[in-house]
Design a protein around this ligand. Structure first.
Ligand code: ADP
Ligand code: MG
Length: 374
């Protein structure tokens, strides 16, 4: 048993007046200033978790590997009430990563606390694609994808598919359709380009690839990009759809579905910040049953694909327990994987608390399994 030392001023000026004793495992949630929204999400996680527990929300700069301490916001939940203090604590029993982190540092922390860091691999879109493409079942569900380094890297897929997506690789920069361009090749080399700007989906026409490239290449090459074959997903009200599947490990250490939703875009290109509609997966099932001859158990097929993805991470030795997956179904009923997100933002909808509190359940499972003993 160790004592929590709450401090008013930090880092070295420890005030030991307020002492409390550890009753539950300490869960650390590592956040950063580049994704500040995960700080408030961490608080919501504790609010939606029904039992007493203590979390420390900290930035990686405030973890001192030499002294085995961490400085952060300590939130203690007791009898439904949450108290908050800033303080210095010993390293948490379990750490949940909610920011970009250097894998070398993850390794160093694992040497101290064991394999108790989860979502320990915050990958970019290219790393994610390469990793999943190594699995022969998943490969069939992945749109062909390349990294863009030069003009030719874009020209070739554009000429063969006539319709491509350009996506920023960086998981911090790119999300909710930010920085994405859908480029369609028209007659006589003209292009139609769709991108989200100032609250709407823009459609811009270019007379040639050269004109498009001269306008966009600086931005495309400054941010690293991938190019991907476009998939025409089934439409609702002439608007494209996709699927959000959020999976988490639970209090038994097993993957389970937290959220499964169908999203309808505001437009006929792709999903971005705003949605026309968010619906139960039944909406998509009804649509598929009416449009596609081969009736199937769609929900089961989607969830099975999710399990297959989670199992690949487990098999390769990554310690993941919180994954957001964006899928789509094309006009032939084939399921496609657009993205797997290691920093998924939970949907704040009624009856969708699981995506918030499962990571805490899993953290407690890990701590107790490893022999936490107060
Ligand atoms: N290859 C594709 N074909 C068709 N639609 C796509 C494709 N890739 C992405 N999309 C659409 O664009 C959305 C945003 O792309 P995604 O890869 O998830 O990036 P972000 O990080 O911005 O969420 C997806 O949810 C999907 O609706
Ligand atoms: Mg996405």
């Amino acid at each position: 048993m160790w004592k929590l030392v709450f401090v008013q001023v930090y880092p070295n000026n420890v005030n030991e007046q307020n002492l409390s004793y550890k009753e539950t495992p300490l869960i650390g949630i590592c956040v950063s200033d580049t994704k500040p929204e995960f700080r408030s999400v961490a608080v919501k996680r504790l609010q939606s978790f029904p039992h007493n527990t203590t979390i420390v929300i900290f930035r990686i700069q405030n973890l001192n590997i030499a002294q085995l301490t961490v400085i952060g916001d300590i939130l203690e939940k007791k009898a439904g009430k949450i108290s908050k203090k800033k303080g210095t604590l010993p390293l948490p029993d379990v750490i949940y990563i909610q920011c970009l982190i250097d894998p070398i540092l993850v390794n160093k922390i694992e040497k101290q606390i064991g394999r108790m860091i989860f979502n320990n691999f915050i990958f970019d879109k290219w790393q994610g694609w390469e990793l999943l493409a190594g699995d022969c079942i998943l490969r069939d569900h992945l749109p062909n994808t390349w990294k863009i380094e030069r003009e030719e890297d874009l020209l070739q897929p554009l000429n063969s598919y006539k319709d491509i997506f350009l996506k920023p690789i960086d998981p911090i920069y790119g999300h909710s359709g930010r920085g994405i361009f859908r480029v369609k090749l028209q007659n006589e080399g003209r292009l139609e380009v769709f991108y989200w700007k100032e609250g709407e989906m823009r459609k811009e026409k270019f007379k040639s690839f050269t004109i498009f490239w001269s306008m966009f290449s600086r931005g495309l090459l400054a941010e690293k990009y991938i190019v991907q074959q476009s998939i025409q997903t089934v439409n609702v009200d002439k608007k494209v759809t996709d699927i959000r599947l959020h999976m988490n490990k639970n209090s038994l250490g097993k993957w389970e579905v937290s959220t499964l939703l169908c999203r309808v875009a505001t437009n006929d290109s792709h999903i971005s910040h705003e949605l026309h509609k968010i619906a139960r997966i039944k909406l998509l099932e009804n649509l598929l049953d009416s449009q596609i001859a081969n009736h199937d158990d769609w929900e089961r097929a989607i969830v099975n694909l999710g399990f297959q993805i989670c199992n690949v991470f487990d098999r390769l030795g990554y310690h993941m327990a919180d994954l957001g997956m964006d899928f789509g179904v094309d006009q032939n009923g084939h399921l496609w994987i657009f993205e797997v997100n290691p920093l998924p933002y939970p949907y704040q909808l009624p009856n969708q608390q699981n995506a918030f509190c499962k990571p805490i359940e899993y953290a407690l499972y890990l701590a107790l399994k490893s022999g936490f003993d107060n």
